[in-house]
Design a protein. Structure first.
Length: 235
């Protein structure tokens, strides 16, 4: 049975470019919508005259109803939303949807985070959640992939994540003369770095990215001894 999605206006608080392709948009959800934001990894639907589309929330739940999105330019709804998302304006937003990440599975474990492209948005929300509960989990390592070294979002936050106890490994997959760090797809880099030293039997993983990337990460982790039931998605 088809269920119609409800929408409500949300105030645009701020907007800025994280990269040339990725626009960060901060919204204030009305209380009725904010109450549905329970876990990192949930998403909302935006409705504009161009249509409707899903966007993952890039922030963990907050008491004040502030949420952020990371909008990838290039789609009809995305480009329309970017054009309309100016402070003081409003966007039509659904309540937060989806099951989110199974954060309870991380308690007492080593945690591996894998993100590629705009998949960093829900993983950022999970990083915020874990930093607020850092004592509840063991080692945390993020493997974040983009094509080029200039394309990583939230660059201004990476040092803070590191200082909070999240190791950040940036993984550009294309040749880039300006990049001096590791290169390769996230699963290849993770394998080459022995998964950040995490013991497979005590590790859970959370993954967000394209379907092919998710499948490759799952296969790589399975070969390393991390079974599929300990590899979690947000949908």
């Amino acid at each position: 049975m088809h269920v119609e999605t409800s929408f409500a206006p949300a105030d645009v608080l701020a907007a800025h470019d994280e990269t040339p392709a990725l626009r960060a948009v901060a919204l204030r959800l009305p209380p009725a919508l904010a109450a549905a934001h329970r876990l990192p990894g949930q998403a909302v639907k935006l409705r504009t005259p161009a249509g409707e589309s899903f966007f993952a929330l890039s922030t963990a739940p907050r008491d004040d109803g502030r949420v952020e999105l990371l909008v990838k330019r290039g789609g009809r709804v995305a480009d329309d939303a970017v054009a309309r998302a100016v402070p003081g304006a409003r966007l039509e937003v659904s309540p937060p949807l989806g099951k989110g990440f199974a954060v309870e599975e991380a308690r007492g474990k080593d945690v591996l985070l894998f993100a590629a492209g705009s998949g960093i948005a829900p993983i950022r929300a999970l990083v915020q959640h874990l930093l607020a509960r850092r004592g509840e989990v063991n080692r945390v390592t993020l493997f974040y992939g983009q094509r080029h070294g200039s394309e990583f979002a939230y660059a201004a936050e990476h040092l803070g994540w590191e200082r909070g106890g999240v190791r950040v490994v940036l993984c550009p997959s294309r040749e880039d003369d300006a990049w001096r760090g590791v290169r390769g797809r996230v699963q290849e880099v993770a394998r080459s770095l022995a998964f950040g030293g995490s013991a497979p039997g005590e590790t859970v993983a959370f993954v967000s990215g394209m379907t092919s990337m998710v499948e490759d990460v799952r296969a790589t982790l399975a070969r390393a001894g991390v079974p599929p039931d300990r590899v979690h998605l947000n949908f």
